[in-house]
Design a protein around this ligand. Structure first.
Ligand code: UDP
Ligand code: MG
Length: 320
């Protein structure tokens, strides 16, 4: 049986040597414990630090290096790796050594032990995730995307997971251009199991996910997985309109009963500002959905491959 290990990376030159050492250990263990032949599919997501050469220099065993023509983002790079993979099992992991070989092996063990399972994913153990407002925001995000769905996005789960070929094929079938993998893993269905873990610290360099990008990413998740915000907005609009109508009646009655009077500059300002602000915010929200729709309508490829190299190149070309 063959295990493909898909590793998207972007400017990870500093971790290449360490990663290659870990990869060799992981491959040896996968063979010894599960009889799996590991192939690494490294996807260079437009690195500009010469990292690809570092990986190529240090990797041993069977590996393929898929180089994308520029930085397309982790979601697209992961898809390129999936498209290149042909193995019976596929493991997704990061290049920064936050995803350790031990947990990967645990997940593989669980998947192989239970024939009913198609995916085992690592999720942050309770209390090990974000803190403060970030945690609160993450909660709210999961609540919104999971509202009224037939599937559930598990909280605190990332891309670190191992799956069967048929689950990998299912993911490949979804050609969303604004990709939100966390959602897609849940959307494809199959029986999946959670494995709690505590991620290691980053080996070197910084996270490639600054805060603003996380916010943008969450919006992508929302526009591609749920219409709940739009429904809430519709309800809000209707409520405000109904309240406004009754307020209008109240004013008319007051004018008729107690004569003509024009007080209420404060109430006027509040109404104008609140409604104006609400309008702008909601226009932006609708715009997010429109942009998501436009991106799909353009039907551009999700990634462009520049080259495929390495000992396994002939067998692992995402373009075939
Ligand atoms: N990554 C990528 N393309 C990007 C950003 C990140 O392929 O545009 C890779 C990165 O090299 C790493 C993985 O995705 O292997 C996770 O990124 P990072 O460690 O920055 O994310 P975090 O662990 O902070 O969530
Ligand atoms: Mg990381």
């Amino acid at each position: 049986m063959q295990l493909d290990i898909v590793v998207p990376f972007f400017n990870e030159a500093e971790t290449a040597a360490e990663f290659a050492a870990m990869a060799a250990r992981l491959a040896a263990q996968a063979r010894a414990r599960f009889g799996l032949e590991a192939t690494f599919i490294l996807v260079d997501d437009g690195s500009t630090d010469g990292g690809a050469a570092c990986f190529a220099r240090h990797m041993s065993g069977n590996w393929t290096l898929v180089t994308l023509s520029r930085n397309f983002g982790k979601e697209a790079a992961t898809l390129a790796g999936l498209d290149a993979s042909r193995g019976d099992y596929v493991l997704l992991m990061d290049a920064d050594l936050q995803h350790t070989a031990d947990i990967a092996l645990d997940m593989i063990g669980r998947l192989l032990a239970d024939g009913e399972l198609d995916m085992v994913y690592a999720a942050l153990a309770d209390g090990k995730g974000r803190r403060g407002p970030a945690r609160w925001l993450a909660r709210a995000f999961y609540r919104v995307v999971n509202m009224g769905q037939r599937y559930r996005l598990p909280e605190n789960a990332g891309d670190f997971r191992v799956m069967t070929r048929r689950a990998a094929e299912a993911l490949r079938q979804v050609r969303d251009r604004k990709r939100f993998n966390k959602g897609l893993y849940a959307w494809i269905g199959f029986r999946q199991e959670r494995l709690d873990y505590v991620p290691a610290g980053r080996h070197a360099g910084d996270s490639k996910w600054p805060r603003w990008r996380l916010v943008a990413f969450s919006l992508e998740g929302i526009t591609s997985f749920t219409v709940v915000p739009l429904r809430v907005v519709s309800l809000l609009g209707i409520t405000v309109a109904v309240l406004g109508f009754f307020y209008g009646i109240k004013i008319v009655v007051e004018v008729l009963t107690s004569g003509i009077d024009v007080p209420g500059y404060p109430s006027l300002m509040v109404a104008v500002l609140v409604l104006g602000g609400l309008n702008l915010a909601l226009l932006g929200l609708v715009g997010e959905y429109v942009w998501a729709a436009v991106s799909e309508a353009k039907s551009r490829p999700i990634y462009i491959v520049k080259s495929v190299a390495g000992p396994g190149a002939a067998a692992a070309d995402p373009r075939q």
